[in-house]
Design a protein around this ligand. Structure first.
Ligand SMILES: *[C@@H]1O[C@H](CO)[C@@H](O)[C@H](O)[C@H]1NC(C)=O
Ligand SMILES: *[C@@H]1O[C@H](CO)[C@@H](O)[C@H](O)[C@H]1NC(C)=O
Ligand SMILES: *[C@@H]1O[C@H](CO)[C@@H](O)[C@H](O)[C@H]1NC(C)=O
Ligand SMILES: *[C@@H]1O[C@H](CO)[C@@H](O)[C@H](O)[C@H]1NC(C)=O
Ligand SMILES: *[C@@H]1O[C@H](CO)[C@@H](O)[C@H](O)[C@H]1NC(C)=O
Length: 559
């Protein structure tokens, strides 16, 4: 018996006794009846009720046009799934929403799959999903025309971020599929819609961060530049001047990008100064000059989190180090509307990827799933920010190729995990099977009467001040009001591209029937595009309500 496995059991027992002792609702996992049918390797919320999931083109059980589907639409209202017809291979792609509300899925795998003849190469793919008005996704389709709409370079394992003009900055990746390190890199940036006449921009930073620089973690900063971390290095890239500023390395030899995945998040931005801070957690303290055959699935992951303030003084001070309650490789970091960060999923030992280390578990390079999430409270003093008190423990490992996203309802959609080359069903000798079970992680506010935002215009302008109708449950004092403007991000490979939380200046009317708030001044603070707005009153969060910040015009747009 492997020793780590008894720990989650113990915390389950503790959690249930705590539940019995107090009637206050706690966080809960809730496994849905319907499986995802398509492995949820990637996930993005595309409407108030729908999440698109993508897998590789493979032999997933959900069928479309007489073959296995590799895309699907999950309905958050009914917890059911329908297949989505995809032309190109979405394996290890990225994606984001544009200023006009359209979702774009980017890059993927060049390979097909034996027995599924309908697959076209996906590594230069741009897949377009226009805003879908149907609550069930009926009639909503993905548009692809590989001959005319494609990337300038071929990219497997790229990432992307929506920038100040509502277009996407696309970063890095590999030109071909490879087993572990990035051995045939595409060390460049490009944009969608394209800039520079369609040419790519070579990146010295990506060159320096080989060979473990896949899925770079990048954020749009409130001055319009981009922060990027890869391997154990970070920069600020000036998109307009095309220059990079080198920042201090992540301390203590910790590496944080694929195949040594840690994760990173831009902490919530607050008016009036919107001072950006980045948190980077997990990964492994190893030298990527070492070949994977010399790595072990049992090597404990780092518990290190590193935080930096991106002002001249903050950069001078460098990274501040703190520790999670356990080591995690492939952790997921997500914004909670009240400004806390959820730390969830991943493994306590090993690496990302499959069948590369000397002692894989089945085909998994990682072992000892981290089954209990933690909360990180940015405003608490160093050393006291991370806690898992009263957090539930999942029964489902979420390892390589799993995904998580905050939903418009305010809970978290948690799905996927497949540290195997192919679909591997549960059976004798299979430790980490392909995981089709979907669960939600439900915050305590899902079980009580919640505030609501009654309505919101379909579009809201930068700098606008507006008053909207709300309802507030009588038992809430209303002493703490938070309004969060959020991009829910695109989940792929332990990262949430474009995820963002900007707090808005807000006040409630004396009769508690309306809320007045002010939108950020420009697209550098919140890149123009779709947003979900949540109202949190005394730590009880409303369902989210969606809008478009800005003109809703196609990118590039500064309005
Ligand atoms: C699926 O296969 C069946 C049986 O071979 C055939 O009748 C049907 O036309 C096929 N449908 C499509 C969409 O190809
Ligand atoms: C970053 O990684 C390289 C390669 O492993 C290593 O030489 C360097 O010391 C690391 N930097 C820090 C600050 O640990
Ligand atoms: C890894 O192991 C191989 C033998 O299996 C050896 O040749 C190589 O030098 C080792 N070291 C590194 C840094 O990869
Ligand atoms: C995955 O499935 C394909 C198609 O059946 C097969 O060719 C390949 O050998 C399988 N790979 C592994 C690692 O099982
Ligand atoms: C949004 O913009 C993209 C990029 O120009 C375009 O492909 C897409 O069709 C547009 N969608 C809408 C609804 O305007």
């Amino acid at each position: 018996m492997r020793p780590y496995l008894s720990l989650p059991l113990l915390s389950t027992l503790l959690a249930s006794s705590t539940l019995a002792a107090s009637s206050a609702p706690q966080w809960r996992f809730d496994v849905k009846k319907t499986p995802s049918g398509v492995l949820a390797l990637e996930a993005i919320v595309v409407s108030p009720s729908l999440v698109i999931i993508f897998d590789r083109a493979s032999d997933d059980p959900l069928q479309i046009n007489n073959h296995s589907a590799w895309g699907a639409i999950w309905d958050l209202e009914t917890s059911t799934v329908k297949p989505l017809d995809v032309l190109t291979n979405t394996f290890c792609a990225s994606g984001a929403l544009l200023s006009n509300g359209t979702m774009v899925s980017i890059g993927g795998d060049e390979r097909g799959f034996p027995g599924n003849p309908d697959i076209q190469p996906g590594n230069s793919a741009l897949r377009i999903f226009e805003p879908c008005a149907s609550p069930s996704g009926e009639g909503c389709t993905l548009f692809e025309d590989p001959a005319t709409v494609h990337l300038a370079a071929t990219r497997w394992y790229p990432s992307s971020v929506r920038i100040f003009d509502g277009s996407l900055m696309i970063m890095g990746g590999s030109q071909v599929n490879s087993v572990f390190y990035n051995i045939q890199p595409e060390n460049s940036f490009e944009f969608f819609p394209s800039k520079d006449g369609g040419a790519v921009r070579p990146s010295a930073f990506l060159e320096r961060t080989l060979p473990a620089n896949l899925f770079p973690r990048g954020f749009a900063l409130p001055d319009g530049r981009a922060f990027i971390v890869a391997s154990n290095q970070s920069i600020i890239y000036d998109i307009e001047k095309k220059t990079e500023t080198i920042l201090p390395d992540i301390p203590n030899g910790v590496h944080v990008t694929n195949p040594i995945d840690g994760s990173a998040i831009l902490l919530p931005l607050s008016p009036p100064d919107y001072i950006p801070e980045v948190l980077v957690c997990g990964g492994q303290a190893v030298d990527p000059a070492i070949q994977p055959a010399n790595f072990s699935s049992q090597k404990p992951a780092t518990s290190q989190c590193s935080r930096i303030t991106l002002t001249p003084e903050g950069i001078q001070k460098g990274w501040e180090v703190e520790h999670m309650l356990e080591g995690r490789v492939m952790p997921e970091l997500l914004h909670i509307p009240n400004g806390q960060i959820l730390i969830i999923s991943g493994a306590q030992s090993g690496f990302s990827g499959t069948s590369a280390v000397q002692d894989p578990i089945g085909q998994s390079n990682a072992d000892h799933p981290a089954l209990t999430p933690s909360l990180y409270t940015p405003s608490l003093p160093l050393g006291r920010r991370i806690s898992n008190t009263n957090m539930p423990t999942s029964e489902i490992p979420r390892l390589y190729h799993s995904s998580v996203t905050l939903t418009p309802q305010g809970n978290f959609f948690v799905a996927g995990s497949n540290p195997n080359r192919n679909t591997t069903l549960p059976g004798p000798g299979v430790t980490f099977a392909t995981e089709f079970r979907v669960e939600t992680l439900d915050p305590p506010f899902m079980f009580v009467e919640r505030p609501t935002i009654q309505s919101l215009p379909a579009k809201v302008s930068f700098g606008a001040s507006m008053t909207v109708p709300i309802t507030i449950p009588g038992n809430l004092k209303g002493s703490n009001i938070q309004v969060s403007l959020m991009d829910l991000g695109f989940s792929s490979h332990a990262f949430h591209s474009s995820a963002r939380l900007v707090f808005l200046d807000a006040r409630m009317s004396r009769d508690r029937k309306s809320l007045t708030f002010t939108l950020p001044p420009n697209g550098r603070i919140y890149p123009p595009g779709p947003a979900t707005i949540f109202l949190t009153v005394d730590d009880v969060t409303s369902p989210g309500i969606q809008t478009i910040v800005g003109s809703g015009k196609p990118p590039p747009t500064l309005e």
